[in-house]
Design a protein around this ligand. Structure first.
Ligand code: SF4
Length: 197
């Protein structure tokens, strides 16, 4: 990707952009921001050495027919004054958003899963969708925009920490969306499938 040398904000001083180098995929996972990695050349976002990455891999493992890719909204490493990982600011999200859009345009996924409310609110606002929460039974809604289905889901780390007993329901909910979108019958699709201009 051309943004791999991006220096649009100061976060690149902490770590260069962390990018999954796969060039096409059916399904994209989008987390909030990069974690610290040992080798930026080989590491990928949401890798399976984190609990989030492990849970995502668990979801993927039941769906061998699809190609997946992982990304972050903010591609460099946000650190506080004590060099601890922090949430990115809204300005940092705004600065990096064009990079994610470029990634989506190149990869052309059919589904983009938005992990957690911070990522969801920021990206859905851009397609003029407002959400106030996520379904507690993991019966997620999707929003179609320019032939891409955007789905806000609970962040896997939240599930891992606070809803561990419901991991199977979470996985089932996410996999159900994937199956539903790829088998979609446009004449019978659910009301919740909102077409955004
Ligand atoms: S966080 Fe994003 S906008 Fe900022 S330097 Fe890194 S790639 Fe560029």
């Amino acid at each position: 990707m051309s943004f791999e040398g991006c220096k649009k904000c100061s976060l690149c001083n902490n770590q260069s952009p962390l990018v999954d180098k796969r060039v096409s995929a059916d399904i994209m996972w989008v987390g909030l921001s990069a974690k610290k990695v040992e080798d930026i050349g080989t590491a990928i976002p949401l890798s399976n050495d984190t609990n989030s990455g492990k849970l995502i891999d668990n979801i993927e493992s039941g769906l061998d027919e699809f190609r997946f890719i992982k990304a972050n909204l903010v591609k460099c490493l946000p650190l506080d004054e004590h060099s601890k990982l922090r949430y990115p600011t809204t300005n940092e999200m705004k600065a990096c958003y064009s990079n994610l859009k470029q990634e989506i345009n190149k990869v052309k996924p059919k589904i983009v899963f938005l992990l957690g409310m911070k990522v969801s609110k920021f990206i859905l606002k851009d397609i003029e969708v407002t959400i106030t929460g996520l379904d507690k039974k993991y019966d997620y809604a999707y929003f179609r925009h320019k032939d891409i289905y955007y789905v806000s889901i609970h962040h896997p780390s939240y599930i891992h920490i606070y809803r561990r007993k419901q991991i199977d329901q979470y996985i089932f909910g996410v996999q159900s969306i994937i199956n539903e979108v790829f088998n979609i019958n446009l004449t019978t699709k659910k009301d919740r499938d909102m077409e955004i201009a």
